[in-house]
Design a protein around this ligand. Structure first.
Ligand SMILES: C[S@@+](CC[C@H](N)C(=O)[O-])C[C@H]1O[C@@H](n2cnc3c(N)ncnc32)[C@H](O)[C@@H]1O
Length: 382
């Protein structure tokens, strides 16, 4: 099977955990860049990465890299590229252009030019032409232009971004990105061997990602992928890879608890976890954090608490700094024997937690800069 050049975009701060996941999967020649990991692997690895990797946003296959001086050269090169493995003549496509160099006119123009090259080629060869579909194309093409006209041409094997796990129907107020939640769990060292709690679970994203990780459930089981619509798709190979991944699911070894003060959020979390097929494995409680009884934990089996508290309150609902002071007090009073991780964009409020931070990891939650902070709550810790 041919070896392919692969690129895995991710969120800022998750490059190393993604590289570790890809190494374990068998992707070779790994290199981490800014918000991307690159490597090499065959088609089986492309299928498996889409299904099993938790911290990649997409799986791109680089099919060409070249340099052009003029826009016409870009058209010529794309028109001469063989698109038949990825696109049926009557199929649909969309071209994403990233970073057009300064001497190109604009992203929209380049995307149009690229689309024309592919459509013209197909029409010449097959007397029928693909059409453009932005929302749900059969083939999504990425053109990255950098430096002095350096072009990386890739096809997107994922289709919809991999954060779309297929378990979310309704969202709570500020759901965290699924890939970010999975990355936080990896950074926190969650393996499923610890009792796990998200006491402000909202729509249940962190809890859903925790159950899937603890049971080795592939994050992509509920959805379909771009490569399933390519002419070279091998359904038999895909079926056996999916089955093999399902055969690797293991039972839950330690309990998982999600709680939230808001009953509506808990109802949404219940629907999310049900859709993910893991609801019976999880306990959900409607409770304020201050009143929540922790799952039993001990020195031998410390518990893990990972949560995404509100970053701010609307004026009338109260003082966010006092709220974070309250989180710190609750952790000190009730959560001895736990390691707690909070993600927050509100650095001032986080200071009010009043516990020693033993690790602080900068992460992006969409466009929002956050810190993921670790607190070790041993007896007597301050
Ligand atoms: C930023 S949201 C969490 C979003 C969640 N990670 C998700 O993906 O949907 C913060 C959550 O904290 C909850 N919350 C606020 N104050 C709380 C308290 N005192 N005790 C428990 N939960 C609280 C809110 O109801 C809200 O659902």
């Amino acid at each position: 099977m041919a070896t392919l050049d692969l690129a895995f975009p991710t969120l800022a701060g998750l490059e190393e955990v993604l590289a570790a996941e890809l190494r374990e999967l068998g992707v070779t020649d790994l290199q981490t860049g800014r918000r991307v990991v690159t490597g090499r692997g065959n088609r089986e690895l492309v299928y498996r990465a889409n299904l099993e990797v938790r911290t990649a946003l997409r799986v791109l296959i680089n099919i060409d890299a070249f340099r052009v001086d003029r826009e016409q050269e870009l058209y010529d090169r794309l028109r001469a590229t063989n698109w038949r493995a990825y696109l049926r003549p009557e199929g649909t496509l969309y071209v994403d252009v990233v970073d057009p160099g300064r001497w190109f006119r604009n992203t929209h123009y380049i995307a149009q030019l690229a689309k024309d090259a592919i459509v013209d080629q197909m029409r010449d060869k097959y007397q029928t032409r693909p059409s453009v579909d932005k929302g749900n194309p059969d083939l999504r093409i990425h053109l990255r232009i950098h430096g002095e006209g350096e072009v990386d041409l890739s096809v997107d094997s994922s289709g919809a971004g991999l954060h779309c796990r297929g378990y979310r129907r309704r969202t709570g107020e500020a759901p965290i990105n699924e890939v970010l939640a999975a990355g936080m769990l990896a950074i926190a060292g969650y393996t499923g061997e610890q009792p796990f709690v998200d006491p402000m679970c909202g729509s249940g994203t962190i809890v859903a990602e925790a159950v899937m990780r603890a049971t080795n459930r592939p994050p992509g089981l509920l959805r379909s992928f771009g490569f399933e619509r390519w002419p070279d798709f091998d359904p038999a190979e895909w079926g056996s890879l999916r089955q093999a991944a399902m055969d690797r699911i293991v039972p839950l070894r330690q309990p998982i608890l999600g709680a939230d003060i808001d009953g509506v959020a808990i109802a949404i979390a219940r629907a999310t976890l049900d859709r993910a097929g893991v609801l019976p494995l999880v306990e959900l409680r409607t409770s304020a954090f201050a009143d929540l009884t922790p799952l039993p934990a001990s020195l031998e089996t410390p518990g893990l608490l990972v949560t995404n508290p509100p970053y701010e309150f609307r004026m009338e609902t109260g003082d966010i700094e006092a709220f974070y002071r309250g989180i710190g007090d609750t952790l000190k009073q009730h959560w001895t024997g736990y390691i707690a991780w909070l993600i927050s964009a509100n650095a001032r409020a986080v200071k009010r937690v009043g516990l020693r931070t033993s690790q602080k990891v900068p992460l992006m939650n969409g466009p929002v800069e956050t810190r993921f902070c670790k607190y070790e709550l041993y007896r007597g810790s301050r």
